[in-house]
Design a protein around this ligand. Sequence first.
Ligand code: A3P
Ligand code: MG
Ligand code: MG
Length: 362
Amino acid sequence: MSASFGIQPIGRFAGGSQPVKRPKEFACFSYDENHQFHLDDSSIQYYYPPTLGADLSKGFETFQKQDDSKDEHLDSLLKTIIDHEQKEGKKIDANVVTWRGMITKIMATPFETRDGFEMNATLYQAPSFIEESHRHKMESRANEKGPAKRRGPPLEVMQFWGYKFETLATLPKTWAETSRDYIEERENHVVNNKAQYCSVVRTGIGKTVMCLGGEVDAIWDSKPLIQGSPTNWVELKTSAEIRGPQDRDYFHRKLMKFWIQSFLLGVPKIIVGFRTRDGILSSVDEIETQSIPQIVNSQPNPSWNADMCVNFAGIFLEWLTQNINDEGVWRISRKPQSPIIEVYRVQDTGHGDILSEEFKNW
Ligand code: A3P
Ligand code: MG
Ligand code: MG
């Protein structure tokens, strides 16, 4: 049993047609600084502008880095859904349950000419549960290292810059509850990426209703009292300074992932920390997520198009939910540079490791 979905020609995804729902948060969870799970918003961070001129490499030696070699599957998302369903006394109504990162990969597909992806999916009491293939993720990671003799800072240090920027631009409490000293000392704080705040939203593209979980970096002011009201979330990103037209094109290509990622969870604002080639924070820009499609379209040869990402996802997800129609474990795979996405069954029965015992037994 296998089916394939043609990505080309992408022209057929042009124009605005697939309806989208506004993402609404209905639950959340946190990992603390030891990556322990909590069913609350304790790890929420508050945005406070960073001091320019900071060295993003400072503190690399003491980085408390999350070991992601272990496959966490959908466990934390499922725990949060169990709690919600128990409180509500009814099941969620989604067609697809997954991490935001999976739908980001799907939406980017028409314009992603290099990387492939591999996901596992299983049907359980109506929704399809989709997770990233951990083996594939680890293999791609190993291939990322690139040529041994590349110029510039080591890749591990460059990856640290993103987390360092988060530490420089956030506070664990609101500005009003934070001392001046704390704010000024942020440059010396230990960087720890084990802690996260994750939002769980109900959203939809086309006919597909989705329950998505994903990390949100910070909040501009504070969470509204009524859950699900629009929230001033902030996504933090770092990027190389723009020195000319080539850098600008490169940045506009990066904006696609920034936009998709933020669009899916309903994050209205992206704060970009621009850095020099050797990792000094030189400026900070605030970009409204909803303005990004227009920013990119106003260029002579836009490298991607937001309507096409949405339409592609709407049509593909509908096709996917029609094709994942029986028990067992399914593979959703796009090989690097491939013009097709393949869906086939890898196990005839059961749910593999996608669903936790806890989730199946509640
Ligand atoms: P930057 O995005 O500033 O480079 P996110 O932006 O999704 O909140 O992720 C925070 C940081 O995690 C990133 O900062 C980057 O340092 C690191 N990161 C995220 N995804 C990554 C990936 N696929 N490979 C390497 N590093 C990644
Ligand atoms: Mg993040
Ligand atoms: Mg970020």
